[in-house]
Design a protein around this ligand. Sequence first.
Ligand code: M6R
Length: 609
Amino acid sequence: MCGIVGYIGDGNASDIIIEGLKKLEYRGYDSSGIAIYKNGKIEVHKYKGRIANLEAAVANEHFNSGVGIGHTRWATHGAPSDVNAHPHSNTDHSIAIVHNGIIENYVELREWLIREHGIVFVSETDTEVIAHLIGLYYDGDLVDAVYKAVDKMRGAYGIGVICSKEPDKLIAVRKDSPLVVGLGEGCNFIASDIPALLKHVRSIYLIENNETVVLTKNDVKIYNADRKEVKRDVFHVTWDEDAAEKDGYDHFMLKEIYEQPKGLYETLNRRLDENGMIKLDGISLTKEDLEKFNKVYIVACGTAYHAGLVGKYIIEKLAKIPVEIDVASEFRYRDPFVDDRTLFIAISQSGETLDTLAALREAKNKGARILSVCNVVGSSVARESDDVFYTWAGPEIAVASTKAFTTQLMCMYLIALYMGSTKGILDMDVYHRYIDELKQIPDKLKKVLEQAGNVMEIAKDFYKREQVFFIGRGLDSAISFEGSLKLKEISYINSFAIAAGELKHGTIALIEQGTMVIALATQDRLFEKMLSNIQEVKARGATVIGLAKEGNVDIEQQANKVIYIPDCMDEVTPLLSVVPLQLLSYNIAKLRGCDIDKPKNLAKSVTVE
Ligand code: M6R
């Protein structure tokens, strides 16, 4: 969580940094601040609330400075407040730092700094210890002081440091929190993520763990933990700044919902040859590899985990191999049975989710082969995997994940089809039937999006409810979980998803007159069973919105309102059925006046445990 930006050059550092922070607001947005070198001193300005508060407060400052650092925060230690906002400084305010991550031993370090060195702390943050450590070790050499401070720290950190006594330098360090360096002409940048830099540069260094970067306006040097210089290839960004803009839509979330046909088309077609065969290009999973695996483990968090639920179903069905699935935060702590015959699939949009990354490392240590499904090129998950199956969603900015989810689903189908066909256990007629169905999905999705007006009308009827249940069976159950997560995270409605067949084992006790139930009934072979489940909740007074395939009109007898998706094979319905649920959540949140792209308490990239 949190976003950092730093600049050194001849430009206007404060404007460049604030502009960059706005592109990182998705990483946290409860407070923000900048530290700017000016006339031999470092000036710090930081405020609770959105970056707009910071921007307004410094609008008339005229710093005329080309060196600074900035931060947008998602609070971990200490509530959002002016004083807890970053940057933090040492006692004489000669050093300022910004930090993304968590210092795990900060209590110990804080007590030591107070006891042994009489340091007075002003904030409740873990970060302030870093500023004081660097201040303590500073003896005319900032790089040396940073190395000594880092030696004492445990945890995850991407940090940016400036010092009034060495204003020609900006220093950054990375351990388990993302950090990139932008290479300009007569200026250089640091940031937590590439979009913050796209207005200025396309040439990037991706910084690795335990590396320290020393930036001056004309030079960038990267050093490893042993203080040895390391060389890095330049990464050239191919997507443009517009991809990270709203493009006339009210919210990024809505724009990203509408980008799904394109994202799915790209994710599918970049992996298909002219005969409809899946090409892995750069992924080295051979027939021998696949025959060696006796188990697949899928691990992810949140929405990505829901893509994994569909992945489990489809890989078991098409590739005939047992698939276990777990949320990453649980996987790590239960000594899972993983070995060198396990294919471990990590799914992550950002590629920076700390729980997923830690689970991946755990599986790697146990010998598993790591395949990740990732959206962000060069992210930590991507870099630490043996192979990466990229989603072609483009940058996803809204906190609520939409296009990343559907493109992750597409990857799951492709991985399952590849495994089944390469092992020779999937009939090739069946294989091609699936490919044909997948090829039709982008156009069918456009038809789903044409029903946005209908979904809005439904949202108007229900947006004041405070409790919603999602029910479904089979693949619909996985999409119920995703629909429910989407609704709760952006509208703050208390929503709950359950496999429809499980209702009668307890949860049905909560259904009463007027309870809202969204019933997914897209699976032909389970359709009648779902109609019975709808009847059960209706009998107890529920108001039901049904979701079914076109043609399955019997649902109109049971449900109060129905949303249809185009007819398709049962197995591929998740690619379509989730989209009306995304639109429903979006419209309900909008009617409730919620801050859709930046829901309370959340951040896009969850880099804390
Ligand atoms: O970047 P990741 O895919 O690893 O993120 C995982 C979850 O944090 C993410 O999907 C989260 O649940 C979204 N806010 C859901 O919309």
